[in-house]
Design a protein around this ligand. Structure first.
Ligand code: HEM
Length: 542
């Protein structure tokens, strides 16, 4: 009986869906391992998925069976299929429910996190915190973001002075960590300070994240489990104290000087702070930290790298900044103009926004995994062959890395870094053909569902506007002040005279390919090792 069951699960249950040849014992684990060995050491699953996709002849979806160690996964490689998962449907009023695999991060984000809640509980949380993430409100927090960006540039200045190699990824991750602290809770985590002056919270958090590395290992790891449990308890204790203190501070402020952090906006003066409310707020702050710092840092790491490799793009972004802020690359000029209250300066950073959008297309840091329980009756419509497939019991993974490189959408330049594709009418906000009135045309050059780094539908990223504001501010301040040089993996291939070689597409040739690895998120494997020089027109005085 058991053999028959195993045979059914491996060879017949999902046989209508494209997949590699499964083995009775290992499912696809062995094949996956072999494919990843042919790839680059430590590469992210998304890169392995791309290889499988190519080897299967580019199907819209395919199955990777990891049972019994994990679930059978449906990797979604087509934007029209991905959209059916993220949008509202009669079976799922707030899009398909999140996958149980998301609970692997419970100790980092908390079990009451907006990330994992469902139904009315999720809706109430989302509503409560949305106000703080609105563009207008975030713009009032700009001085805090600027202040933290200044600290980041001081670090870059000191590396420019010494000329030593440094991990840009670490600097950016500390910067985005600090930004989340001040914006969400009005707390300075001091992540950008040296070890002796950093808050205890950041140190415990970093140890906890490190304890999560290697958690994909399928074998029991009691020592790792215990370490994660101990550190997450410690982190909760520290954060609960901070939140408690902040809530009582907020309550003491009079109505004229109201606190402006995201948590302050979401807390209600007349509501008593019960242990439940406190726990709920702590879990949301943990979620904002988890979802909001690494992702934005990864976006910026790849943006700086692509600007370094694409001299034409670097010139174009610099001339946009010259046009808006004047030719002086002094970031104080940028700061003063952005803080002057002329709200349209942000909106005028059109090419800078295109650089951000193109970076997120080629290097999406996060993704979404959903799950429809067996027996629900959820079906996906396959484009092309006009059939519906039952996908209950599969983890549904929208693989942005494949979807956003689809040549059917992005043409021959699908794998190239071309911010220009985002100029003109390229609105990829929520509208899809389904949302349009009869006869209405979206007019966008790119279908909205084919660009989804923040995912789409009701459970899209609540922090996307914050990430966009941060990225624009940091690029506007740093892009003209510094010249970066990649060292190690991904560095330029120089000719006999020491000059970079420009290829036919206007991109510098590299000696080796830089790629992402998985450490909770998809991030550059070498922490983006760089060297930096001050632009000859800039001075060390900021
Ligand atoms: C470049 C930066 C970012 C990227 C690429 C990104 C991406 C995403 C994605 C793909 C999701 C959907 C996850 C899922 O369905 O499981 C998501 C959700 C979420 N993000 Fe972001 N994110 C970014 C920045 C931020 C920031 C700055 C914050 C907050 C401070 C944030 C907070 C959240 C939260 C709370 C959710 C869960 C929303 C819900 O379930 O209602 N993210 N993000």
């Amino acid at each position: 009986y058991l053999l028959q069951q195993a045979h059914y699960r491996r060879f017949r249950q999902y046989a209508v869906l494209p997949q590699l040849k499964p083995s009775l014992v290992w499912g696809h684990m062995k094949a996956l391992h072999e494919i990843s060995l042919r790839g680059r050491p430590g590469q992210h699953f998304d890169d392995t998925a791309l290889d499988i996709y190519e080897s299967l002849g580019r199907p819209p979806v395919f199955v990777v069976d990891l049972r019994p160690v994990s679930y059978a996964i449906l990797v979604v490689a087509n934007h029209e299929v991905a959209e059916q998962i993220s949008r509202v449907s009669p079976l799922f009023p707030w899009s398909v429910t999140k996958s149980p695999t998301n609970h692997a991060n419970d100790q980092l984000v908390g079990k009451d996190s907006m990330n994992v809640k469902e139904g009315e509980d999720w809706k109430a949380l989302r509503k409560r915190f949305s106000l703080g993430f609105a563009h207008q409100h975030l713009m009032t927090l700009l001085p805090l973001i600027m202040d933290k960006t200044w600290q980041f540039m001081k670090h870059l200045d000191s590396y420019a002075r010494t000329g030593e190699d440094f991990p840009l990824g670490v600097l950016l991750t500390n910067l985005t960590f600090d930004i989340i602290g001040v914006v969400s809770l009005d707390v300075d985590f001091g992540a950008q300070l040296d070890k002796a002056h950093q808050s205890e919270f950041i140190q415990v958090y970093q140890q906890l994240v490190a304890a999560f590395e290697g958690q994909d290992n399928p074998f029991p790891d009691p020592k790792g489990r215990f370490r994660r449990w101990r550190l997450s308890g410690k982190m909760d204790k520290l954060l609960t104290e901070m939140v408690k203190q902040k809530l009582s501070e907020y309550q003491r402020l009079d109505s004229k000087n109201k606190a402006r952090s995201i948590v302050a906006l979401a807390s209600n003066d007349s509501e008593p702070t019960t242990p439940d409310t406190l726990g709920m707020i702590v879990d949301q702050v943990k979620s904002f930290i988890f979802a909001g710092h690494d992702t934005t840092s990864i976006l910026l790491q790849w943006a700086f790298y692509e600007l370094y490799r694409n001299p034409g793009v670097l010139n174009a972004i610099r001339s946009e900044l010259d046009g808006i802020f004047g030719p002086d690359p002094d970031p104080a000029v940028v700061r003063d103009k952005l803080l002057s209250g002329e709200d349209d300066t942000m909106a005028r950073l059109v090419y800078t926004s295109a650089v951000i959008k193109e970076t997120l297309r080629l290097y999406p840091p996060a993704g979404t995994a959903r799950y429809s329980k067996p027996g629900t009756g959820f079906k996906l419509h396959m484009p092309g062959d006009n059939r519906d497939v039952d996908v209950d019991g599969l983890v549904l993974y929208n693989c942005q890395n494949i979807i956003q490189r689809d040549p059917a959408v992005y043409g021959e330049t699908a794998d190239d870094f071309v911010p220009e594709r985002w100029l003109g009418n390229t609105d990829t906000s929520m509208k899809t053909n389904d949302d349009l009135a009869p006869g209405e045309k979206s007019g966008s050059k790119v279908p909205g569902s084919a660009w989804r780094p923040f995912e789409r539908g009701p459970r899209n990223c609540i922090g996307q506007e914050l990430a966009n504001i941060e990225a624009r501010v940091i690029l506007a301040c740093a892009v003209r002040r510094y010249d970066f040089t990649k060292v190690g993996l991904g560095e330029l291939d120089l000719d006999a005279n020491g000059h970079p070689k420009l290829n036919a597409k206007g991109v510098y040739e590299v000696k080796s390919k830089l790629y992402n690895t998985r450490q909770v998120t998809a991030r550059p494997i070498d922490k983006m090792m760089m060297r930096v020089q001050l632009n000859p027109n800039a001075s060390f005085d900021i």
